[in-house]
Design a protein around this ligand. Sequence first.
Ligand code: ADP
Length: 976
Amino acid sequence: MTKILIVDDIDQNLYMLQVLLEGHGYEVVSAGNGVEALEKARTDPPGMIVSDILMPVMDGFTLCREWKKDDQLKRIPFIFYTATYTDPKDEELALSLGAERFIAKPVEPDMFMRMLQEVIEEYEAGRLITPREPVEEETVHFRRYSEALIRKLEDKMVQLEEANRALELDIVERKRVESALSIERDNLVNILNSMEDGVYIVNQQYDIQYVNPVLVKDFGSFEGRKCYEYLHDREEVCPWCKNQDVFAGKTVRWEWYSSKNQRTYDLIDTLLKNPDGSMSKLEIFRDITERKQMEEELIRVNRALLALSECNQAVIRATEESHLLHEICQLIVEVGDYRLAWVGFAEQDEMKTVRPVAQAGFEEGYLDKLGITWADTERGRGPTGIAIRTREPAFSRDILTDPGFSLWRAEAIKRGYASSIALPLTASGRTFGVLNVYAVEPDAFDYKEVKLLMELADDLTYGIMALRTRAEREHAEWTLSERVKELTCLYKVHREMQEQLHIDELCQRIVDHLVPAMQFPEIAVSMIELDNQRFTSERYTEGLSHGLHAEIRLEGETRGHLWVYYVEDRPFSIPEEQEFLNSLTEALGVWLERKRTEEELRASEERFDLAAKGSNDGLWDRDVTTDKEWWSPRYYELLGYEDGEFKVTFEKYKELLHPEDRDRALKAEKDHLEKRVPFDIQYRLLTKSGEYRCFRARAQALWDENDNPIRIAGSIQDVTELVKYRIELESLVQERTSELEDALEDLKDLDRLKTEFLSTAAHELRTPLTSIRGFSEIMLTRELDETRKKRYLTFISQEATQLGDIIDDLLDVSRLEAIRGLALKQEPIDMTKLIDEVLTLFIESSPNHNFQIKCTTELPLMRGDSFRLSQVVKNLLSNAVKFSPKGGTITIRSQVIPGHLEISVQDEGIGMTPEQQVHLFEKFYRADASNTSISGTGLGLAVSKLIVELHGGETWAESEYGVGSTFYVKLPLAEG
Ligand code: ADP
């Protein structure tokens, strides 16, 4: 730690520098001048020296010079630090003396320390230049030195002259003040004489030296009197005398009540130095009697105000009326310093009694003896009665003399009441009470106090009213909270009624909820009796007697009871509680009713479900008002869907309806809903597979009391197969009917044909018979030659043959029809040969005709009945000849087509109309039956057809009227 020696003649400077350096961690040694510095440095050399310039004994320049000459000290850095009149020449001189730095004040402490540090670092690093011997000669130096000092001294002189001038001015001023003072002193007496306050001056020996006129006026002449005689009528010094203090130099202020003139003075005692050097006491008397009185009044009013404020606090705090009244009385007495305060209520009874309700103070049974009324009678004419009646404060200024107080005077005086005030307590124009205050002094209630007490009475009224309102509100709140409890209970019960609870469970919950909802839950228990069952709350015990009761009614009948018992008698009861129980049982009744309906409904729904499940029909149900629709699983199934595979809506249903059925189905439903036309129709619905199926749909709607439909429900039944079957059946029936009709027609035709046949057959049979009979008779009756005989016999033979043919044909028909289905002969037949043989017969017998055979190939052998088949060919050729009476070519064709042999016979005869061709192959049919020129039975083609069919073949004809006909026969070829 570097030790620094600081040198300065001014202690304050030394101190400042020391604090600064020590604060930066340096050890500091100080010296008051150069000699002392050198002495200390030589004994204990420092690490640095910081010195002022101008100092007594040895100045800084000389010190530096000595320092730098001393071998022991010269290397220790020397720093000038000065503020005294620094001049550039001072610094120059200082540096020329070998000082390391010249620091002129003022400089910032930081900067100063940095400079010091620099020098110390340079010193420690050995970088400081070793002081050389003074460059200048001693004389030169001395001159410079002297100049510096003279400069400094000159400065100092200027400074001193300035100080001296100020001093001289001071002296002049003092003299001026002193003369002024003596004038003032003369004036003082004048001033004292004219002062409003009393003044007197007394010396240390208590001799009065001066009394001003004010005091003379109060206390008379003072000549030759001691102060204690003059003012205090005492013969010796007053024990409260302030002289000692005053003469010790203190100013004393005190208050003094003069019993001589009953006035109070504010006294100020001060020391008065007389110009001759002696001392006196000056005492100033200020008469403060009035102020004092006002203060006292103020105190009293303040007490009343305090009472008022305390009372207001009490009003705010109060929770209970009697407590408030008592507290107010207490406060009035304590704070207002009254003897007694009491509050009486004006009863509305016959006597108009004033009933004391609260009191405080010294009472001692006084109130019991009052018997006050507010009626206008003797006992009502005291302050209390008057105040109540007039609604104005009433006084008894002096109980001792007040005639209105005579009834109570003796008791009042015993208790020290001297005056009283009665303050009415009025609210909403009605005086309901009175506040009475008694004081020990007569006429104790001045205007201000009365005003305050009236305010107090108003506040008390307000407090009472507020409490009463609060009580009412609290009662209302309590009632409300009771209602809330009940409503909460009702709400809980109602909520539980929404749950699917069993009756037992609900009843139990009701009794449990009921207890906390009652007014006195802690003493309440509850019970429900329903259908011989009992439900009780937790703490229920038998044999209870105080209770509320409500009946549980269901459709007008008593189904059960609800009781709430109180374990002990309740303080009071409220009708709302009964009403609450009634509404609870009513709700329970409604619930029970609903429950029963629900159960019935459920049962019916179960039945319905069962029916829906068991039914083969699809069931549906729609809320007409919302179009919300339901389908039974079977409905879906009928349409090929899974149950609930899509959401059913009325729209969806309409979509599924077959477009052709849609309008009809919707109209039918509309008619049902609006006109109640029974709904039973058939329609087609689209199934999942895309196929339409046919359903029988029936439905029934429900209408409300205004005849508006609410709901429609119905069933569908798949009747697709049934319809199909019926259609088939119908077509079958139709078929059969037409068959029957055809058969009937056939029969009719047959009948006609038979008739025709009979006439034809009769004719045909008769014709040859006539010939036979005629020729036979001629031969029997006449003689004939052989030739003729022979010719006639030939005729007879021919006719007989024809007759036989006809009979053969007839027999053939019946035989062939009889053997329908029976096998014919199955013999091999050479058709070429067969045709040839038949044709030969015709060629011979029909010379007018040209016969041609056209066979494409050689005809194969076939199997069958040759006799019958030749009969067919014979018939066709016979017809061709017969119906081409003019001759012409008859062509027989035969050709093989795959599997068959086709034979045709073509003529150039009369032909047939299309109409005639229709019945060609029917029995007994003849195209022109009337034409008898061409014989025939109408059986040939029918027989031929039968024969061909019996051979598994077929026949047909092509013909043109007047051109000719071609008859075809197609026969199956034998297999293989
Ligand atoms: P029939 O020849 O005995 O009258 P068929 O059964 O052979 O009876 O013929 C029925 C009818 O068919 C004839 O009455 C005739 O009117 C008509 N018919 C048959 N063959 C011919 C034919 N080749 N040309 C015109 N009409 C014919």
